[in-house]
Design a protein around this ligand. Structure first.
Ligand SMILES: [Zn+2]
Length: 182
């Protein structure tokens, strides 16, 4: 085989394909959209940003020095802040009926297509926000603090993961985002 044998390279060496464009979103602010048709299971884009200790991020947010808008949860201790050295992935909006999901390989989160996606469709994933303290928010407070306007028929009204919701998260697919304390 040639030196370019794709089986011999690591995931991190794969060239990033250019599948995403950023434009105004009907869901919220700026969104990420499919440049062309994307097949189910496609690895769309890496979620890039600065890797940070969650405790430090939260402390900075509480001091008003940092926002958590583009923070993606990696594990118990680490998160990625897409606001610093991030890419288009940070513009993916939340939807309660998403067409993408986050999967983490070797500490590197990537967005994958959950279904076939049409050209021009907005790319979304379910943020499943969780309190970093593990404290549950009431549904009313969740809707007040983190309202959802995704427009899906099954919209739960909030970006926060709901109490009693079946555990969808697996070790390689943790809840993607952290929410600031109320
Ligand atoms: Zn929704």
């Amino acid at each position: 085989m040639s030196p370019g044998n794709p089986l011999s390279i690591k995931i991190s060496d794969w060239p990033e394909r250019d599948l995403v464009r950023v434009q105004a979103s009907a869901i919220h602010g700026t969104g990420a959209f499919a440049k062309g048709p994307i097949s189910r299971g496609t690895r769309i884009i890496e979620y890039k940003g600065q890797r940070c200790c969650k405790a430090d991020l939260l402390a900075a947010a509480e001091r008003g020095e940092r926002q958590l808008t583009y923070v993606l949860n990696l594990d118990e201790e680490l998160a990625i802040d897409g606001a610093v050295a991030g890419n288009e992935a940070r513009f993916l909006n939340h939807s309660c009926a998403p067409n993408c999901e986050v999967i983490i390989f070797g500490g590197m989160p990537h967005l994958y297509a959950l279904q076939d996606i049409l050209e021009g469709a907005e790319l979304t994933f379910d943020y499943q926000l969780q309190s970093p303290t593990g404290r549950r928010l009431s549904r009313a407070l969740s809707r007040e603090l983190f309202p959802c306007h995704c427009g899906a028929q099954a919209c739960r009204g909030t970006l926060v993961a709901l109490r009693g919701r079946p555990a969808r998260a697996t070790p390689r697919r943790p809840a993607p985002s952290v929410a600031p304390q109320p």
